[in-house]
Ligand binder design. Structure first.
Ligand code: OOG
Ligand code: NI
Length: 468
């Protein structure tokens, strides 16, 4: 028999990959290193406040790996790139969840989130990737479309070595410890910044005029990671600290307003910084210029909403935007006011079917196990103190927020009107797989926890009625 080999789990590959990406980004983007320090001190302050924070975090307050990146984002040019990225991320336990149509916000891309599935994987390492694919079908300028697709068709974003390793890992269904270091370095190489464009300054400018995203995707040798995102325990304090330190944050925190029980996802970022780029010319000469693409982001997550809760969220968000389209602090005030209509405690959110919860038996429930009347509903068991609930954290993204993040980094010229609509089927064809439904994942987790809790109380799941 061959000497024993050590195999590495997908969670461990993801942890190593995201650590390498973080190191590279910190080195290449100094303001991101500053942001890390800022968030660390904001988080330390928040932790020192203690109790209020513990209440707000509830069961979602997993503090392990607080300083690990929560996500990164890239933009791809072709179906081939996307389908290989899907295979690559699968080796890291990252799977496509959700479809995000950004055409509605004037952006010629559609996206998915490659993320860990299940509480255990998320706890092992929370990193995920928001991945967008260029939609040339939304670019009306035919000449620009042709030139952009010629540029993208010429580039090779994966090294032959990476493709060979990927093939082998897929065939063997496992990754040997001795090769994982090389594998994650080769993978991180895809997303590195390159300060030499593939297009002349003239072509870059022309594509930028057509749409700034088109230039960002088509004029470079690879899909540079455009931001990494840290978790903050107090995003309002972090936003204020970014302002105070002159870090040029975006004007508004995306997502819901500050609440006692956080819902969904709140995000903000410092704006992308212009970086020097060499634009080549056919005769070997070239021109020095700049390109602004890279920024740093922070996020704060809350409880996942049901379809009903999400509909209420979308409506209140749209109302606030309509009340103050100018944005800034006035918009944040309008938002707070509108969201007074959204219940702000776990009992109400759960009872009204607005958010997803993880059920567990209480000690008292376990003492009574076997003696409880078989016909009691989950809500009654909760009220009687035999069951408890903890929020299930939202692990996905929000299209309106994502559009806000994109746009604040593309400048005013990022706000366009595009003729087009969502095309999930085309996205899945490019991906070579279907995307998972995020609501179904949360609903399953809730249902599983309720069934296990009822069994622990000596009650068969069929005898009680979970809410829809
Ligand atoms: C992705 C923006 C979306 C988020 O956190 O909503 C995103 C991009 O700019 O490519 O990362
Ligand atoms: Ni992001």
């Amino acid at each position: 028999m061959a000497a024993s080999r050590l195999f590495v789990s997908a969670d461990a590959v993801r942890a190593r990959f995201s650590a390498v990406l973080s190191q590279i980004y910190r080195r290449e983007a100094p303001r991101y290193a500053d942001l890390r320090e800022l968030v660390e001190s904001v988080n330390a302050n928040a932790l020192a406040q203690g109790e209020a924070l513990a209440v707000r975090l509830g069961g979602a307050g997993e503090l392990n790996g607080l300083s690990l990146e929560r996500h990164g984002a890239i933009r791809l040019g072709t179906s081939e790139e996307l389908s290989i990225i899907r295979r690559l991320f699968a080796t890291m336990g990252l799977h496509p969840v959700g479809y995000y149509d950004l055409s509605a916000a004037g952006l010629p891309v559609h996206s998915t989130a490659f993320r860990p599935i299940g509480a255990e994987a998320l706890r092992a390492n929370p990193f995920r990737m928001f991945v967008s694919l260029l939609r040339l079908d939304l670019i009306e300028d035919e000449e620009a479309r042709r030139e952009a697709s010629a540029l993208i068709a010429r580039r090779r974003i994966f090294t032959p070595r990476l493709l060979a390793l990927l093939d082998r890992f897929e065939t063997n269904k496992e990754i040997d410890e001795s090769e994982v270091g090389e594998f994650v370095l080769q993978a991180a190489e895809i997303f590195r910044w390159r300060n030499e464009a593939t297009a002349s300054a003239e072509l870059y400018d022309r594509l930028r005029q057509v749409h700034p995203l088109l230039a960002d995707i088509a004029c470079f040798q690879g899909p540079h990671v455009n931001h990494l995102t840290l978790r903050t325990l107090d995003i309002d304090a972090a936003q204020a600290a970014m302002r105070a330190r002159g870090m040029n944050p975006k004007d508004e925190i995306e997502g819901p307003p500050r609440r006692k029980r956080d819902i969904l996802l709140r995000q903000t970022s410092y704006k992308a910084i212009a970086e020097p780029i060499f634009f080549p010319k056919a005769n070997g000469a070239g021109a020095a210029g700049t390109h602004a693409a890279r920024f740093g982001e922070i996020e704060q997550r809350g409880v996942a909403l049901t379809a009903k809760g999400r509909a209420l969220y979308d409506r209140l968000l749209a109302d606030a935007r309509a009340a103050d389209p100018a944005g800034g602090d006035a918009y944040m005030d309008a938002l707070l006011q509108r969201f007074e209509a959204f219940p702000d405690n776990d009992q109400a959110l759960c009872a009204e079917g607005l958010a997803f919860y993880h059920y567990a038996p209480t000690e008292e429930g376990l003492r009574q196990a076997g003696d409880l009347p078989a016909s009691r509903e989950a809500a009654a068991l909760l009220r009687a103190g035999y069951l408890r609930i903890d929020p299930i954290l939202y692990e996905d993204f929000l299209p309106v927020s994502a559009a806000g993040i994109f746009q604040s980094n593309l400048g005013e010229s990022g706000r366009r009107v595009l003729a087009g609509e969502a095309n999930r089927r085309a996205f899945e064809e490019s991906l070579g797989a279907t995307v998972l439904d995020e609501l179904a994942l949360y609903a399953e987790e809730e249902a599983r926890s309720l069934a296990a809790s009822l069994a622990a109380l000596g009650l068969a799941p069929e005898e009680t009625f979970a809410r829809a």
